[in-house]
Unconditional design. Structure first.
Length: 447
């Protein structure tokens, strides 16, 4: 069993579940095996099966009469069946397995008298040592790396299962100074040394799913894409209180993320609140940014009245606090499938998760002294006078909230911004027609 434990330690070092096996005949070790299903892409590559295969090869016979198999964990049904077929005389195991063990825990496959071969079983040999090795292996995997704050909620992973056209693995960070232990979700795809990094910022009530039609274009061009979910949206944690949501808190969390990921050669991609917040970022970290792709958004400086379309949207949100998010997206994009509209509803399973949806509309700076207005005026001056990167603008002309008149005003505030491309059928969430925009942007920003 000591030799089997050494095989188990080697499995653990390779990142496999630490189970090891040894086969003995005539007091001689003839074969060893350790768990290797991950490395070998083989679900049958349990330690016992690996050892059985090696023993059969050495003996030149699939019958292993007179052999004893030592294994650090009680065998499963597959391995026990293989031992019975091999006519192994005896199996000796270490730690019991109360979940899948069939040498006495879940059932005793070896004790069925109707089978045409009976293998003797001895359990509990060095059980503590064998069990401790498994506990040590699984302990860090079971630790909660992202504990949930008491004042926040977290949408379950099941809510995001099988989303259409969203195959990317989630990434999380929960130690950004500005958000004190709240977990922020982000996508990060492509090579960190890529010529461009597209930083995609969503608005309200969207999340990174909004960029699913644009991300593949940029990845295919050999670029990197980072797409975070603002706190309160998507897969990020959702504070319970509306009062958590402040302009500066969200702005600083994005600056913290940029620094944490050390983003370089960034093309800032913004729409809706992604622009209200995002357009204030490059002046703080100008050396990191080299491009801007801006769609249906604004800089809310508090100097001009908010558009009638936005004021109507704000009033509607106040009167309809439980509005159907997916239905809102489908209204401007009638071709969306039920699965796509469901993806936009997924982050908000009940009203307790909707604090951000309530807080963001009235949070847009309306007056000169509104929170965020002063920093937005500084950003406007940066874009007018100090921006030296490339710019690209796309406008969804069917947007009733931040449509072409608002965007034309913003264009005049961005130094060197060329004539925008117009999408006559696109609404506010212009990314739903984003593939053509992404392709045009690749051509525009090509080194």
């Amino acid at each position: 069993m000591d030799l089997a434990l050494e095989q188990a330690r080697q499995a653990a070092a390779a990142g496999e579940v630490p189970v090891g096996a040894v086969i003995v005949k005539d007091s001689q070790v003839i074969a060893t095996g350790r768990n290797a299903p991950i490395a070998s892409h083989d679900p049958t590559a349990h330690a016992e099966v690996v050892a059985l295969r090696e023993a059969a090869r050495i003996l030149g016979n699939y019958r292993l009469d007179g052999c004893t198999l030592y294994v650090t964990l009680e065998p499963c049904a597959m391995c026990s069946g293989a031992m019975l077929h091999a006519r192994v005389d005896r199996v000796v195991f270490g730690a019991p397995d109360p979940r899948t063990g069939v040498a006495g825990s879940v059932l005793n496959l070896f004790g069925l008298p109707l089978l045409n071969h009976q293998t003797q079983v001895t359990g509990g040999v060095l059980a503590h040592e064998c069990g401790q090795l498994l506990k040590d292996f699984f302990r860090p995997k079971r630790m909660n790396l992202y504990p949930l704050r008491e004042d926040a909620l977290r949408t379950s992973d099941e809510a995001f299962a099988a989303l259409p056209d969203y195959p990317w693995q989630p990434r999380y960070v929960n130690d950004l100074p500005s958000i004190s232990g709240l977990r922020m979700h982000y996508l990060d795809e492509g090579d960190t040394n890529a010529p461009l990094t597209w930083l995609c910022l969503h608005g309200n009530p969207a999340w990174s799913y909004l960029y699913r039609k644009m991300i593949p274009v940029w990845l295919a061009a050999g670029h990197r894409v980072v797409a975070p979910d603002l706190i309160g949206f998507g897969k990020s944690d959702k504070p319970k209180k509306d009062s958590f949501h402040q302009f500066e808190t969200h702005r600083q969390s994005l600056l913290d993320l940029i620094e944490r990921l050390d983003l370089q050669r960034v093309v800032l991609v913004v729409q809706d609140w992604g622009g209200i917040l995002g357009l204030t970022l490059p002046m703080a970290l100008p050396k990191r940014f080299k491009g801007l792709l801006v769609m249906n958004t604004t800089l809310a400086t508090g100097e001009q009245p908010l558009s009638e379309g936005f004021l109507a949207w704000r009033d509607w949100c106040q009167s309809q606090p439980l509005f159907d998010v997916g239905k809102l997206f489908k209204r401007g994009n009638p071709g969306m499938t039920p699965q796509e509209t469901g993806a936009y509803n997924a982050p908000f399973p009940d009203k307790g998760f909707r604090a951000a949806l309530r807080a963001f509309p009235p949070m847009v700076p309306e007056f000169a002294d509104s929170p965020g207005a002063a920093i937005s005026r500084q950003a406007r001056d940066f874009w007018r006078n100090d921006w030296h990167g490339q710019s690209f603008m796309a406008i969804g002309q069917q947007d009733p909230v931040l449509g072409e008149p608002v965007m034309r005003q913003l264009q005049s505030q961005i130094l060197g911004c060329p004539e925008p491309i117009l999408l006559p059928d696109a609404g506010h969430f212009v990314q739903e027609q984003g593939r053509a925009i992404a392709e045009a942007a690749v051509r525009h920003f090509s080194p």
